[in-house]
Write a protein that binds this ligand. Structure first.
Ligand SMILES: [Zn+2]
Length: 184
């Protein structure tokens, strides 16, 4: 069974001719198919704990980056704005409720070496750690926690672009020092 995507035209069923590059044009109905980069909504959620501002993170239970930390977020559904999708992912991954209307744009970038994802980073309104509510991990998300500074994030984070976003956040607020991960 050939599991390669877009082997056949989804409009008329004709097999595409080699080479299977994008964009490709159906020889029969002439419809073109494209492979566009996919947006990913990621939210930096500031959480104040013991007077220090940290960022909400999760420990991944699945690959890629299994057992490492990541900012909260994910793919959008086709009825969602980037903000609605970001707020949904925060709730799903951390059981924290954030109003999508309070998210503000922060930074966007493309993945490397393949620019097939566009990462849309936003920032939430600060929360107090006492307002986070209960949390139990699952197979996809093992822990919920906070990081408080840029030091050592490269070693503990799964994705270099999440490190870059977190470093930008801490630099803007002149927050320095070790990440000091704690579970919350
Ligand atoms: Zn066709």
């Amino acid at each position: 069974m050939n599991l390669t995507r877009d082997t056949f035209c989804s409009f008329c069923g004709t097999a595409y001719e080699a080479p299977l590059a994008y964009p490709r044009t159906c020889a029969s109905c002439k419809t073109q198919v494209w492979a566009n980069p996919i947006p990913v909504s990621l939210v930096l959620v500031p959480v104040v704990k013991d007077g220090k501002t940290g960022l909400l993170v999760i420990r991944r239970g699945i690959q890629p980056g299994k057992d490492k930390l990541a900012l909260v977020g994910g793919f959008l559904e086709d009825h969602e704005t980037w903000a609605e999708g970001g707020a949904r992912e925060i709730l799903e991954e951390t059981n924290v409720t954030v109003d999508a209307k309070t998210l503000t744009t922060f930074w966007f970038t493309s993945t490397t070496p393949r620019p097939n994802r566009v990462l849309l980073f936003s920032v939430a309104a600060p929360l107090d750690a006492s307002a986070l509510g209960p949390y139990t991990g699952d197979a996809e998300t093992l822990e919920r926690g906070l990081v408080f500074g840029p030091g050592g994030l490269d070693e503990v984070f799964a994705f270099p672009l999440h490190v870059e976003a977190a470093k930008r956040f801490f630099a803007e607020r002149s927050l320095t020092g070790a990440h000091g991960y704690v579970q919350v």
